[in-house]
Structure formats: structure tokens, C-alpha cells
Design a protein around this ligand. Structure first.
Ligand code: NDP
Length: 567
């Protein structure tokens, strides 16, 4: 509890701007916080949630009366649960001092309650255990936060059980659910309706699963091209982690009218984006992920339908708030609802994906060489858990179009895949060639060597760089492409937070800016559902690509169709 802003529970706790200050602020000197991880025995809890909670605790960002409760069907005592958590904690933030003490202090706040997900009695037991421990804090108000870290098929039962039997009687109750869920518009809406029967809009926090999944991207939630419906692409330069962060010791807080000065890209880049001379790609390539064992393939079978969300449409930032007052005052807003309104507007402006704008791929075996040390690299169908002859894609490339005045004619190409040659996630903005260009090194009809690119790399090594062309020193006239770059780890000797830390802190603070709203999810599904159904109906076979390659050749044809160079 070393963060002065939190100690005072001042309105600056969660806000970067006046509008954002509208987010309710808790007086933590009067209230306690119970975090309940439902599915506490699972992989995600161990890998991400417990370490993130510990990191926040270690940094003094959790309220002083914070407690952690695990809930799952597995039988465990409090002691066994503490041992399980203890094995997941690392001293990554500050390996030098006090980490062991902090770990012990953290573990002393952890409790476990075994119980089923679909029976109210289990949650009643949990409620008793929480109430008991909350009473010991002596605080009048006990807030509760649930993280549903369980498979989506038990979401509704668990949310219902928790909300109906274990809500806080004195403070707020918030429930985190990872989205998107479902296979298409209809199944997603059904799940959404199920949750809405138990949770109000205020209580439900829909986390963007694919953004969170970009491990170990500390700036994953922020280092994105942010696109307002007015068409301004807002690159979060120079400090993405700070821009949307609450006061945090890793992000020294600036004084003054913060949001208006910092919420858009630097003036230079804004000018660049005023012209429609750009092409944007968001690529994700995963090589090292376990794709052929431990059920990875099964997971793939069920989630591949939502792959387009992995490279989700560029998130917008409101140019002006959709709130009438803000529009009249021409004020920039970082208010959660305003941001999400703008995101919905962008999605509403997007055309549904056409099948001819989709390339699907599936990786095949490749005889060993290089990294594999000579071993054969297995194909997707070689996994014994994969149904024989499965048409499940392990790669997708898609072209999207935004039908508004700013982006008319600018293709947005997205790709995501497994078993590719490299692993990473980035947004790449390609600028078109300069009309009347006197340099002749053409590599495509509209792209030549003098094409500039802005790259926002989310992982690995978070960075932002501008690819420019430069004359090679010497007496000759030879051009070369070089980078003006900012690598976060080189520029700042600060530990970048994990995306789950950001997520959990936002929920504690009631800040919904980075969460998915139901109408946003609905719009996103509307863009993809028809093509997903068509792919299923026509049984479209994915194009095979070798394990460890750049993906199917079709993806390059798709890029070429839009005059984009795809690296
Ligand atoms: P797990 O498969 O590890 O399941 C979590 C817990 O849920 C298990 O420990 C088990 O606990 C219980 N459980 C498992 N299967 C079932 C079932 N069929 N019915 C009821 N309960 C079940 O999942 P993860 O921890 O990997 O993931 C949790 C959620 O997070 C999922 O929705 C997943 O899609 C999502 N996610 C996971 C990521 C990861 O890296 N693992 C990344 C991004 C999202 P018990 O038996 O003790 O009750």
C-alpha cells in the first residue's frame, strides 16, 4: 500500500481526464476487496491470474484489505492452495529486495473453497468463507470481484451461482468474463443473454481474450493503432503503457490537461494519417506455441471460428466524446463509454467479410531442418486428437474495409496463424508511394522502395518504428531502408506490466475503457458470421502450408490484390 494516490483514494485513482474521473472511486480506507478466482485449479489461474495479482499487490496497487479466494471443484485446503499459488509466483518485478516477504504476505491472504459450478450450495459456502474473512478486516463495505477462469460452457452457471448466492451485500460485485465467446452471432448472443439474466451491465466486465493472450506483451492492451470513426489513427506514442494507465510507479504521472495533450498521435503522425495513403496490417504469427500436443489442436478446433478477433479491428479512440456536452466543447474524452461508443461506430462502418477476401490455411508436416535439429515437424492432422481429415484452419488472412469518408478504399489486412516461421504481433501501416516519385526501385504497382512504414510491435520486444529511406553514405546515389525506432526495453529500464495486471487493476477501479461491451461484440460478430457460415456450408478446404513457413501462398495473393507488400 505504497501508492499515495491509492492511499488518498483521490479522484485521480483511475482517471486521466476529467471525463474519466466520472468512474466511481472507492474509498479503500473504508472498504475491503475480495477477489474470487472461479476455476482456481486451472491453467490460466496459475499461469496468469495469480502472478498478476501478486504483481499488483507487490507494487502496492491493491487495496490494503485485499484477499484472494480460489473456487473450483478440486478438493484443496487453504494450505494446499497457498502452495499451489506459491509455485506460480516469481520475483520478476523486483528480484532484488523484499520479494520473498511480499510473497509470504500475499499467500497469507489466500483462501480456498471447493465447490461445483452449477449448484447454489457451493457458492453459499464460498459466501460464508468470504464473509468470515471480510469481517476480520473490520471494514463496513466489502467489495467482491470474480474472475471466471473456466471453460465457456459453464460461464452462465458460474456467473449465476456467484451473482445470486455470493454477491457482496455491502459493496459492489464485478465479474470478469473473457470474450469473445460462442461460434457465431447467435451462440454469442445466447451466452450474452444468459449472463445478462444474472449480471447487470455495470457488473459484467468482458475482457478481450485475444489481446490478453498476447503474452508476454506488457503493452499489449495499449500498443495499438487506435482508429476513431473520424478516421484519426492514434498511435500511442511515446508511452502507450502510460497513456491509458492510472497512476502507476512505472509511469510517472504528468500534470496538467493530460488527455487533450496526449490522447492522439504526435502532430507529425496525425498529418500523415490525414491522407488516405495508408494500408494497415495486424499480423500475428505463432511458432513456439504447443500446436500439436496437450489438447492444443482441440482448443484450436473450438476457437478458430473466433480467430478474426485475434487481429481485431483497430480500436478507436474518440476524437470527441459521443456525449453531447463534450461534442459542443470539442473536448477529447477518455471516458470508458465514449471510447466504446466510438469502437462500435467503427465496427458499424465495416463491411461484412466476403469469402474472396479470406485465405484459410492449415499447416502440414515438414521434414526436419534448422531449428528442429533434423526432426520431422508434424502437421496439424498428425495430432491424434485432431479428427481425421479435419478442415479446421490454423491460419487466416482477411481483408476488411471501413466505409467512412476517411478510410474509403484503404484495405485493412489481418492475418493470424500457428506454426509460422516467426512469432509476433504487430500493426504495420504502409504508406503509399509518393506521386511523381523520382526513385525507381519498384517492388509492386503502388509500392516502391520509397514507401514508408510505421510499425507498432506488440510482441516480442514492444517497439514502435518508422521505416524510412536513406541515402547510403558515400559518393554514389544508393538508397537503403532504415529505421527510426523506439524499443521500450531499451528506452525505459522499467518492467512492462503483463496485460492481466492491467485488466485486473481496471476492474478494481471500475474502469471499462478497455473492455468489450455487448453491442461491440455483436457488431464484430455481424462482420464475420456470414462468412464463417459460408465456409462451413461449402466445406472450404484450407490451403496447406509447411510447418515453420510464412503461411499459405494465397495470403500473398490476397495482399497483392490490394497492392500490399506482406512481409
Ligand atoms: P482449464 O481447462 O485449465 O480449466 C479451468 C478449470 O475449470 C479447471 O481447473 C477445472 O477445475 C475446471 N474445468 C475444466 N473443464 C471443465 C468442464 N468441462 N466443466 C466444468 N469445469 C471444468 O482452463 P484454462 O485455465 O486454460 O482457461 C480458463 C478460461 O480462460 C477458458 O475460458 C479459456 O478459454 C480462457 N483462456 C485460457 C488461456 C490459457 O492460456 N490457459 C488463455 C486465454 C483464455 P476443477 O475441475 O477443479 O473444477
Amino acid at each position: 500500500w505504497r501508492n499515495p494516490a491509492l492511499q488518498k483514494a483521490a479522484p485521480t485513482l483511475v482517471s486521466l481526464s476529467d471525463e474519466a474521473a466520472a468512474v466511481a472511486v472507492d474509498d479503500w480506507s473504508q472498504s475491503s476487496l475480495s477477489v474470487v478466482v472461479v476455476g482456481a485449479s486451472g491453467d490460466l489461474a496459475k499461469k496468469k491470474i495469480f502472478p498478476a495479482l501478486f504483481a499488483l499487490f507487490y507494487e502496492g496497487l491493491m487495496p490494503p484489505d485485499f484477499q484472494l479466494f480460489g473456487y473450483a471443484r478440486s478438493k484443496m485446503t487453504d494450505e494446499e492452495f497457498r502452495k499451489l499459488i506459491g509455485n506460480t509466483l516469481t520475483c520478476r518485478i523486483d528480484a532484488r529486495q523484499r520479494c520473498e516477504d511480499s510473497q509470504a504476505a500475499f499467500l497469507a491472504r489466500c483462501f480456498y473453497c471447493p465447490g461445483p459450478y452449477d449448484v447454489p450450495e457451493g457458492y453459499a459456502d464460498l459466501n460464508r468463507k468470504c464473509t468470515e474473512q471480510e469481517a476480520l478486516t473490520g471494514k463496513m463495505v466489502a467489495n467482491r470481484m470474480f474472475f471466471l477462469s473456466i471453460p465457456p460452457n459453464v460461464f452462465v452457471q458460474a456467473a449465476g451461482g456467484a451473482a445470486d448466492n455470493c454477491s457482496s451485500p455491502t459493496g459492489w460485485t464485478r465479474v470478469i468474463v473473457e470474450k469473445p465467446f460462442g461460434r457465431d452471432s447467435a451462440s454469442s448472443a445466447e451466452l450474452g443473454r444468459g449472463l445478462a439474466r444474472h449480471l447487470t451491465e455495470d457488473q459484467a466486465f468482458g475482457a478481450d481474450q485475444h489481446v490478453l493472450n498476447r503474452k508476454p506483451s506488457g503493452c499489449g492492451l495499449h500498443t495499438r493503432g487506435l482508429l476513431s470513426s473520424q478516421g484519426s489513427l492514434c498511435c500511442l506514442v511515446p508511452s502507450p503503457a502510460c497513456l491509458l494507465d492510472p497512476p502507476h510507479r512505472r509511469c510517472p504521472r504528468k500534470q496538467g490537461p493530460y488527455a487533450t495533450k496526449r490522447s492522439f498521435s504526435p502532430y507529425l503522425l496525425q498529418l500523415a494519417f490525414l491522407t488516405p495513403y495508408i494500408v494497415s496490417l495486424d499480423g500475428e504469427a505463432i511458432l513456439d506455441e504447443k500446436v500439436t500436443s496437450d489438447g492444443g489442436a482441440i482448443h484450436n478446433e473450438t476457437t478458430i471460428q473466433s480467430m478474426p478477433f485475434t487481429a481485431c479491428p483497430p480500436h478507436p479512440l474518440p476524437y470527441v466524446s459521443s456525449d453531447g456536452e463534450a461534442i459542443r466543447n470539442k473536448k477529447v474524452s477518455l471516458d470508458g463509454e465514449a471510447i466504446r461508443n466510438e469502437k462500435v461506430k467503427v465496427l458499424q462502418s465495416m463491411s461484412q467479410v466476403a469469402l474472396e477476401d479470406v485465405t484459410l490455411g492449415q499447416y502440414r508436416a515438414r521434414s526436419g531442418a534448422g531449428r528442429s535439429g533434423g526432426a520431422e515437424l508434424p502437421g496439424y492432422l498428425d495430432d491424434e486428437t485432431v479428427p481425421k481429415g479435419s478442415l479446421c484452419p490454423t491460419f487466416a488472412a482477411i481483408a476488411l474495409h471501413i466505409n467512412n469518408a476517411r478510410w474509403d478504399g484503404v484495405p485493412f489486412l489481418l492475418k493470424a496463424g500457428k506454426a509460422l516461421h516467426t512469432r509476433g504481433a504487430e500493426i504495420r501501416v504502409q504508406f503509399r508511394h509518393v506521386p511523381g516519385n523520382i526513385f525507381k526501385h519498384k517492388v509492386g504497382p503502388n509500392i516502391d522502395m520509397t514507401t514508408n512504414e510505421l510499425v507498432i510491435r506488440i510482441q516480442p520486444r514492444e517497439s514502435i518504428y518508422l521505416k524510412i529511406n536513406n541515402k547510403v553514405p558515400g559518393l554514389g546515389m544508393r538508397l537503403d531502408t532504415t529505421k527510426l525506432d523506439l524499443v521500450y526495453n531499451d528506452a525505459y529500464s522499467l518492467e512492462l506490466p503483463d496485460a492481466y495486471e492491467r485488466l485486473l487493476l481496471d476492474v478494481v477501479n471500475g474502469d471499462k475503457r478497455l473492455f468489450i461491451r455487448d453491442d461491440e461484440l455483436e457488431q464484430a460478430w455481424n462482420i464475420f458470421t456470414p462468412v464463417l457460415h459460408e465456409i462451413e456450408r461449402r466445406k472450404v478446404a484450407p490451403e496447406l502450408y509447411p510447418y515453420g513457413s510464412r503461411g499459405p501462398v494465397g495470403a500473398h495473393y490476397l495482399a497483392a490484390k490490394y497492392n500490399v507488400r506482406w512481409g
